[in-house]
Design a protein around this ligand. Structure first.
Ligand code: ADE
Length: 229
């Protein structure tokens, strides 16, 4: 699988995909990441990629031509590329979207806006999906795109060392994940749940379910209400 980030600031993202689990998965060839800078496509003689809004109002928008030509170039090379616009006005991106993306698409392109946003005509022409990572506004789409890519890449075969972790984690059932502990058994006066040390797996599993329920009830009661509806 391949992810392309259309961004004016590729350096914001490169390091993220060089380290740790994702960096190693890329080295192994489990998936690939590349970057395409719309500034390389601008026809403006001063290399500009932004302009004031024609309606007036504060801030600058990304102009259509550089983005339009960038995306057309990507589609000419791969007509099946799936184009995602991370936008605060998009549909909420959830775990199921991450799974669906990993399963259905070979190539996902994230179009990262900067300044006050993107000329709407580019979105209308190219967007397969507009997705938001939450109800707040970031200074650009790069972080949102990285979040979606990370959540998606975890579902690609061979990316996680132990794929069991995919099945036990939060959002895979209706409950959030139970609290987890490692060594030492007592740390600065605080002990782990003693039942976890006794090796009775069915008891541990029951206890984890109860704890997951309490945690979900406390942090995200709406998840339980939705499951009961
Ligand atoms: N771009 C800026 N803010 C965003 C958000 N919350 N989600 C997705 N893309 C964004």
């Amino acid at each position: 699988m391949r992810f392309t980030f259309v961004t004016l600031f590729p350096e914001l993202l490169k390091g993220y995909f060089e380290a740790s689990i994702l960096g190693r998965a890329i080295e192994r060839g489990s998936f690939a990441v590349d970057f395409c800078n719309p500034r390389a496509f601008t026809e403006d003689k001063f290399n500009r990629v932004d302009a004031p809004m024609v309606s007036g109002g504060a801030g600058m928008l990304m102009t259509p031509q550089p983005l339009y030509d960038t995306l057309q170039h990507i589609l000419d090379e791969d007509p099946e590329a799936h184009i995602v616009f991370p936008l605060p006005v998009g549909k909420p991106f959830v775990q199921n979207d991450a799974k669906r993306h990993a399963k259905q698409y070979r190539h996902i392109v994230y179009v990262c806006g900067r300044y006050e946003g993107i000329d709407e005509r580019v979105i209308e022409r190219f967007a397969d999906e507009c997705l938001s990572i939450g109800d707040y506004v970031l200074t650009g789409g790069e972080l949102a795109a990285a979040v979606m890519c990370d959540a998606t890449a975890r579902h690609i075969e061979g990316v996680l060392g132990n794929s069991d972790s995919l099945h036990e984690e939060s959002f895979e059932s209706t409950l959030l994940e139970a609290p987890a502990f490692t060594k030492p058994v007592t740390f600065r006066g605080s002990a782990v749940v003693s039942e976890f040390l006794k090796g009775n797996h069915s008891k541990i599993s029951d206890l984890k379910k109860q704890m997951a329920l309490c945690k979900t009830q406390y942090f995200r009661p709406e998840i339980i209400k939705k499951a009961e509806a």
